[in-house]
Design a protein around this ligand. Sequence first.
Ligand SMILES: [Zn+2]
Ligand SMILES: [Zn+2]
Length: 556
Amino acid sequence: MAAPLLKKELIELILEKESPLQIKLDAEIPPTLTLDQKNALREIKAHQNKPILLHGVTGSGKTELYLNLAAEVIKDQKQALILVPEISLTPQMIERFQKRFANQVAIYHSRLTITQRIHQYQLVKENQVQIVVGTRSAVFLPFDKLGLIVMDEEHDYSYKQAETPRYHCRDVVLYRGKRHQALVVLGSATPAFESYARALKDVYHLVKLPNRINQEKLSCQIVDTKKALKAGQSHILTNQLLEAIALRLQAKQQTLLFLNRRGHTPVLKCNHCQEVLMCDDCDVALTYHQDNKLLICHICGKTKQLPQICPYCQTGSFSYYGFGTQKVVEELNKHFPQAKVVRMDLDSVAAAGSHQKVLDKFHKSGDILIGTQMIAKGLDYPNITLVGILNGDAYLIKDDFRSIETTYALLVQASGRSGRGDTPGEVLIQAYNQDHYALKLACQGDYDRFFRYEMQFRHLALYPPYSYLTSLTLLSKNENQLDLAADQIKTSLSASQFQILGPSQLIRQRNHYRKRITIKSKNLDEMLEVIHQHFASWQNIKSVKVIVDVNPLVWG
Ligand SMILES: [Zn+2]
Ligand SMILES: [Zn+2]
């Protein structure tokens, strides 16, 4: 568009160099390590020939170990790569590396502008920086003297790319680690089952940090929401949680409330015909958003005005079911009109412009932070002494064999935000199904027991890590053609020795019907070979798209 205007000399082109990312110049002096940290460090160094799985509870000081390892690597004139799940959700990791290593650090993630990205790329290529902190794509940067790769929160799903190429960052990390003979450290408070199983088989060397730095144990309790409801209390904020919040407000300490559901009300149901207001293009209920008074589909983003009468029966009006973050803010304002409540979810972050702005607001003057999963990890504010988890068991029922593992991880990560300073922390998990082992063991912080327990089910059903899966997701606007294609693919695979599951019906999304076929095998190489044989023919099916995902994590 600019070219013709330039030609006519109507506009002028001025080239301006975009300033590189701001970097602080004075490096801080490292703190003394605790005994646990010293031991862990010694063990890591003694087992450099294998990837290390660093299993450290939340608040155990894993980051300080990464900083130490990085310092040693750059002393040897080598480079260090520190991978984090999502830059905006882990701002404190960058800050700590920049504080320690000043201008030796490059930052690399997808939210940089192209110019910034090229600049950071050049810094690495020309060996001008020794350390890179970045998200999964940073694993492809042109290092030539890589001495260390750290993958923090290695269990996190954002390490797997959701679009083609659907690679998992961990696989590339292991490959590059081997090639450069670099030390690989995978760190987590809740390792992926695949990783923990490998560590128990001694494919990785397991190093543990079992205690928090402040030596305080988190006090965690499950609050029976059903019982509270029967006693006439609110199911959104039970009395026990309200009292705990009141105590924190009095003591000028901060509270973090976690609810993995944005918006105001997730379901609107007609009180006459009982129909739920659905998205026209996706088979999901629309969520009501109070701030713009709109119904929004959380799959495709389509919006709708709130209808006065039910469009299905033309008679009834709607009742509200469930609750989201906006509704919780409303409740908090009712109970604590003086408290400064900050909301952090996709909507509030979009309104504020960045995650950092929302977090700064809370850090400076907030009393209560209510947020979705974006507040569950990385936050390290010493004044948070209470974490309340609302609807803690809501994700156990998802139709996905990993839902219990992910619920456990989410609960532990969210809980871990409490009591990171000198004051002991408290965690309250509100749940309907308070006896579920995932909740109980998350509350006790007993990962080993949880792992052993949950692995029994994986073993019985032969799910990963006992097998490998590949999912074929078929999409089409034409339901008949989709059915035909699904049957055809299933038949073509039936000659193989693998177990073929499905085709199963998935919910419609963005006006596309969807089906899934899952291939299960104990031998990954053989499975990949068969997929390669068929791949071209799958891509040629008329009006049906086939998405192949090897080792899928998300089963939407
Ligand atoms: Zn109706
Ligand atoms: Zn939709």
